[in-house]
Design a protein around this ligand. Sequence first.
Ligand code: PLP
Length: 370
Amino acid sequence: MIRSTVARVDLAALQSNFRAIQDFLGGPNGPAIIAVVKANAYGHGAERVALALEQAGATMLACADIEEGIVLRRAGVTRPILVFGALSVSDLDGLFEFSLTPTISTPSAARAVQAAAATRKTVCHYHLKIDTGMNRLGFRHDNLRRTLPELLASPNLQLDAVYTHFATADSPESDLFDTQRTRFEAALATLDRPVLRHAANSAATLRDSRVWYDVVRPGLMMYGIVPPPLASTIPLKPVMSLTSRVVGVKGLRPGETVGYGGRFSSEAPASVAVVPAGYADGLDLRLEGRGHVLVRGRRVPIVGAVSMDMMTIDVTGLDDVQPGDEVVIIGSQGREPWQQIDVREMAAAIGTIPYEIVCRIGSRIERQYT
Ligand SMILES: *Cc1c(COP(=O)(O)O)cnc(C)c1O
């Protein structure tokens, strides 16, 4: 049994994007890639996506927390897995049981992981995060002389890599990016040992080859989406499409309204089609009157309230629309430019970022892998 609304995830496109990024970075001699698969691989399904990226050659995978790392290991991922998140209040058993690589980003996390490793009489390999201006996680760049000695002297902790994260990589007009790069390089210079260095998310990878260092950490770009407002010459392919089917068509008399709030009506006779996908599936309420879908190769507006389990589209003039017709919410239905709806377009229509659109595709929607 499968619902009408499905997300198709094209693993060949994902692997092709990975290789295109690798080529962009200079091929085998360029930096290695940590493939970011946090948040259920940006809604694409962490297990299948992680295995496909591992097969494509990812050096390491990265996720948000220990629980996500365990999901990857249980799926059969054998490559190292970096956990980005703070660990100070986490249950740390999973790090050891599932061989995950923690990020140490606060002195308290350092003490917790050191104590847990000592109890297990083992050495824990970790990446150190330096805060160069995001002011979220990481050891402050300007305080390392005070905070690093205890960390580096921890007998059960082994430093594998040092990294930072940019706050404004996707804002070409912001100076903070260069400030962060300079601070990161100054911080690296204070270390007494060689370590791997990484800093670049998708936007930073596209923006400045100076921040590629030894490894880059793309997420969004691997899924075929260039972070706005940036453009890229990398031949990326969309990985996810979201489609549904018309389940009903309703004729409206002049002045009648559709859906909660009765906000859509027409002076002339109109017809709307009902699509069984709503905000419980991650479709934003703000798509009402702003978003479009494709049906019968035409682009039609989403009208009336997006409700929990369905939405309505204006198919006035498309007399031939009937139950069973494919509705493309994200993806293409033909070759013309206007027959494509991509995640960037949908995000722009409702004033959000593409990340939010894909992450919110609901758990009720089956991911079909091709
Ligand atoms: C999410 C994340 C990335 C990937 O970011 P994209 O913009 O999706 O490329 C890289 N590094 C860290 C620390 C992240 O949290």
